[in-house]
Write a protein that binds this ligand. Structure first.
Ligand code: DGL
Length: 268
């Protein structure tokens, strides 16, 4: 069983792609909606919340956990992998979303100028920048935090002109640097994929994060038989939220057309 953790609903953009690329598994999705958004929180807080999520998912029988949340992947994952797992869950692993995305960018040797948008926590951590530079020190990297996008998406304002103009304002400084590729370093942003692509024009490739993360997990499972997760007869996804279950169900349908059948409200 594979555990997917996000600060709230956004990680469903990742789950959707897992179900397509890896349909033969069971999944547990945990959204910490009661404490979302994580994007404006401190590193200590994000680490504490992420540890609780990891405990919850391992206790429910997950063999591997994916932290779909970019803010948690950039502020907490390293400490979880280096300190928490060896001490509390030796032999188990937790993966994030940064690695597959930076590998994808670095594999194209023609790319020189990379743009990244994400929450404040993600951008201020410099996690993407650091990982990209490790793979290709010659890359020029331009980052922009876009804190208003998550609340706008959660309000269902995706198609509103106000959102479009805020999006334009966030993307303008990246566009002016003539970036060749843009990383959407936040679970929610793929919901605005079409709008972002339109603003960036054909000259800049916009990465479809969920698809790349799912492909990354597929490769990882093939390369690491020691973490091989047991496949399932009939795929089933169990959803858990720390906030109102009905609201989660409605939002999942509205934004991602996902039918949430089994959902339980929990306290972490
Ligand atoms: N899931 C978060 C991320 O990818 C976005 C929402 C939040 O700020 O919690 O960074």
């Amino acid at each position: 069983m594979i555990g997917i953790f996000d600060s709230g609903l956004g990680g469903l953009t990742v789950l959707k792609n897992f179900l397509k690329a890896l349909p033969d598994y069971n999944y547990i999705y945990l959204g910490d909606s009661a404490r979302a958004p994580y994007g404006g929180r401190s590193q200590d807080t994000i680490y504490c919340y992420t540890k609780e999520a990891v405990d919850f998912l391992f206790a429910r029988g997950c063999e591997l956990i994916i932290i779909a949340c970019n803010s948690a992947s950039s502020q907490a994952l390293r400490k979880i992998q280096q300190e928490y797992l060896p001490q509390k869950y030796p032999g188990k692993n937790v993966l994030g979303v940064i690695r597959p995305l930076v590998e994808k960018v670095a594999e194209d040797k023609n790319i020189k100028r990379v743009g990244i948008i994400g929450t404040r926590a993600t951008i201020e951590s410099n996690a993407y920048k650091t990982e990209l530079k490790k793979l290709n020190p010659d890359l020029e990297i331009f980052q922009k935090s876009a804190p208003l996008l998550v609340p706008l998406i959660e309000e269902g304002w995706n198609r509103r002109p106000e959102t479009k103009s805020i999006l334009k304002k966030y993307l303008r400084p990246l566009k002016s640097k003539q970036i060749e590729i843009l990383i959407l370093a936040c679970t929610h942003y793929p919901i605005l994929f079409k709008e972002i692509k339109k603003i960036m024009t054909k000259r800049c490739r916009v990465l479809d994060s969920g698809e790349i993360i799912a492909r990354g997990l597929k490769n990882y499972l093939a390369r690491h038989p020691e973490y091989r997760v047991s496949p399932a007869q009939n795929t089933c996804v169990n959803f858990f939220t720390t906030d109102d279950a009905e609201r989660f169900r409605v939002m999942a349908k509205k934004f991602l057309n996902i039918d949430v059948e089994k959902i339980t409200k929990v306290c972490l």
